[in-house]
Ligand binder design. Structure first.
Ligand SMILES: Cc1cc2nc3c(=O)[nH]c(=O)nc-3n(C[C@H](O)[C@H](O)[C@H](O)COP(=O)(O)OP(=O)(O)OC[C@H]3O[C@@H](n4cnc5c(N)ncnc54)[C@H](O)[C@@H]3O)c2cc1C
Length: 415
């Protein structure tokens, strides 16, 4: 049984935990990051790899009420909530609907754009130091076959353009010229020129290298079992590998966080937004740009020698099973836009649970009653794109600096 003493213990080694650990290590803190599994093998493993400040919308946007009721009933929809008699789900849905208002959405988008832009700058630097992450800033295309889809893309642009996210509206001809890999005719879309992509698992590995290079430590197969709280402080942390005494503890436990809420003495209503990603061989007409197929909510990411196709969001509680029908729906949707071969060879199929809070905004900041416990979790669909910025924010807070975003909207005590 080990006994350890560190300045800062980070629980969870996904993109959030490693980004936090890397930044704190660079700033000279003695950091230990633990994970019950392996570094980067949670939701951060196989996501679409997008670093796209243009996608800063929380899930519950105004006007979504009718749409979300329809999802409840349609297992074929790209966003699906399986009806069940769970109290947690009922309460999550109630708060989800409550969050669908303009004021909340605007505050959320403002904060998420800032976090994502800060992250983008950090990823550019990381890409220079670690070329293996394949950081590429080609921009991102949102393309659509329908009037409603084009309107949704333009609405996205209108939301973020005043926050410094440039984009331009494209017609059918513009899209065909930019991306000949797309089937025609498409109605239109939007091109966001500053957005980037990288290999998500390798980004986590790069942060892990940073942690170790700056004297930090990462313990794999080391599960948080209990937080021993005395007065207003975490006195020690009990893990499967022994006890750790830390001046500060940061929880970055993604979609597992709800099950740890009792230990944190806090309401942490995080459910899993299950999504799938498949890697397929490069297409004869291989796309050049990352693309969002708007009405299908499918993400296409060109890779060096393959293509990643990702999509669906199914609200679940720790269910990692793969539903073949939903995988087929993704293939079918992608086929409407791209020249996929009839027999599509799937080289790798992966499912991950996005950590989803009901109001679509992460929980970042200090616990109200436990003075050395901080949370950095619940990053829903944008944990990669806002991960490096979260690392900066958490480090600033731990150093007592003023936050660069509105902390109220991220308040960890709000539920
Ligand atoms: C299909 C799909 C596509 C996506 N595409 C994008 C995208 O393009 N861009 C983007 O920004 N986001 C994307 N996302 C979302 C993104 O993947 C997540 O927001 C992000 O990975 C969450 O990171 P995390 O570090 O919070 O969680 P995770 O990566 O899940 O890490 C949490 C870690 O905590 C550990 N842990 C849990 N409990 C304990 C415990 N008790 N003790 C120790 N360790 C513990 C787990 O083992 C895990 O490693 C996508 C998600 C999916 C599913």
């Amino acid at each position: 049984m080990q006994k350890k003493e560190v300045d800062i213990l980070v629980v969870g080694a996904g993109i959030i935990g490693t980004a936090v650990g890397a930044e704190l290590s660079r700033r000279g803190a003695k950091v230990c990051v633990i994970d019950k599994g392996q570094v980067g093998k949670g939701c951060s493993y196989g996501n679409a790899g997008w670093m796209t400040p243009c996608f800063a919308m929380p899930l519950p946007m105004p006007g979504m009420l009718i749409k979300s009721m329809k999802w409840l009933l349609d297992p074929e929809s790209p966003l699906y909530i399986k009806p069940s008699f769970s109290l947690d789900l009922a309460s999550w849905l109630f708060q989800f609907m409550k969050a669908m208002n303009e004021t909340q959405a605007k505050r959320a988008v403002d904060a998420l754009v800032v976090l994502s832009q800060k992250s983008l700058t950090e990823y550019e630097k990381l890409g220079q130091k670690y070329p293996e992450i394949h950081f590429q800033q080609k921009g991102l295309l949102m393309v659509s076959q329908t009037k409603a889809g084009v309107a949704a893309a333009v609405e996205e642009l209108n939301y973020v353009k005043n926050l410094g996210v440039p984009g331009k509206v494209l017609n059918s001809g513009d899209i065909q010229e930019m991306e000949p890999a797309l089937k025609s005719p498409l109605l239109g879309g939007v091109y966001f020129s500053h957005e980037a992509m990288a290999e998500p698992y390798l980004v986590v590995q790069a942060f892990a290298k940073e942690i170790r290079a700056h004297g930090g430590e990462i313990l794999e197969q080391c599960e948080l079992k209990d937080l021993v709280i005395s007065g207003d402080k975490v006195e020690k942390v009990l893990t499967s590998q022994g006890e750790i005494h830390a001046k500060q503890v940061v929880m970055a436990t993604g979609s597992w966080s709800k099950s740890l809420a009792r230990l944190m003495r806090l309401r942490v209503p995080v459910l899993g937004g299950k999504g799938y990603a498949m890697i397929v061989p490069p297409l004869e007409k291989q796309p050049q740009y990352p693309m969002m197929l708007v009405e299908k909510k499918i993400a296409i990411t060109p890779r060096q020698n393959s293509l990643r196709i990702a999509g669906t969001l199914e609200l679940v509680d720790q269910d990692f099973s793969i539903t073949p029908q939903r995988v087929e729906n993704i293939k079918k949707g992608a086929r409407e836009f791209l020249h996929l071969p009839q027999e599509l060879q799937v080289q790798e199929l992966w499912a991950g649970l996005r950590p989803c809070t009901p109001d679509g905004v992460p929980l970042i900041g200090y616990h109200k009653n436990i003075s050395n416990l901080m949370l950095a979790l619940g990053h829903q669909m944008l944990g990669l794109q806002s991960g490096a910025g979260t690392g900066l924010l958490v480090s600033d807070l731990l150093e007592g600096k003023s936050p660069f975003v509105d902390l109220k909207v991220l308040d960890v005590n709000r539920f």
